[in-house]
Design a protein around this ligand. Sequence first.
Ligand code: SF4
Ligand code: SF4
Length: 364
Amino acid sequence: MKDSAYKILAESISKFFKTPQYLILFVSDKCWMKCKHCWFNEEWKCENSQGKTLTFDELKNLSESVKRIMFLSITGGEAFGRDDIVEIVNLFTSNGKTKRFQIPTSGFLTSQILAKTERILISNPGIPFRVDISLDGNEEVHDNVRSCKGSFKNATNTIRELDKLKKKFDWFDVGVITTISNFNQNIVEEMSAIVEEIHPDGEWMVNIVRGRARDARAGDVEITNYDKAQELIRMKREKNAAGNHSGHFTAKWLSAKNVVRRKVISDILQNKKEGGACTAGSFGGVIFADGSVYPCEMLDKTYGNLRDYNFDLTKMWNSSKGTEIRKWIQDNKCICTQECFLSTNILIQPQLWPSLIYERIKLK
Ligand code: SF4
Ligand code: SF4
């Protein structure tokens, strides 16, 4: 009964909104790093990518086929590596089309990231925008995980400089994200202290390795270490209310959601959570740099390539293939720890709403 309801709901969401409202858009498949925990690695690209990255004109066609996006994550590889990243953002934010957006980055080329971020902020006054910088350890561990000497120094410098920009633009937010992996799981307390020191007035989030990592050892993580990081974040938030999302009126709800999401991830890792009710493929979706459209990054099921649909995302999203994928996800009670979709899943899982409200009330 519950499963059929979720199947109907997923299809209705897709038909109602016509295109994904939580969209992860890869605008590049090139990266400044070679992270050991990365699933978007050479092997994945070799097996899944059709090659040629979407051009600016093709992205323009895509933006014209979309009427509204509640949340857009512009990612890669390294989205800031594109010379036209500001113009790409503007394609999707024109006419109030995108309500909120984010760019994750390794933070490696500080001056380039700062200059582009400032231009984006000036071109998009009042539209909540957040840059999330990855920080995966102390200097030695981070540079080792990222396989790039100097990456820690640059990332921390970028965080400090972006935090200064945050004071100038009140619709701007900066987050620090740590991916807990086998390589940093034993230094979570030290990580917490580092983030506290360089980013005292902003959010620290932890993700957990997912997919087929570049280095197969990455995913060998003790759940207790992930839980320890959750506890450290809770303590940071209780000590300092500034350690939360900011930049818009629903920001605190997002921080509350992150608490619930970490608990859900912990339950999934301990096999305590039932699958199903995933919003990937209905409310959320992914477009890779080569134009191929997927419900999420984890499933090898594609709706096809935008180039074969004349960039009509609505047609593609609501095709019989789309219905088939959505049905498969619910029929198979698909479950994983993909943080983005676990966020939107909370919207359709009423059993999580009391915890969400409780965590929101706890925030001043
Ligand atoms: S995790 Fe991100 S920054 Fe690291 S190699 Fe992969 S895409 Fe690049
Ligand atoms: S549970 Fe994970 S793999 Fe399955 S559809 Fe949702 S995001 Fe994708």
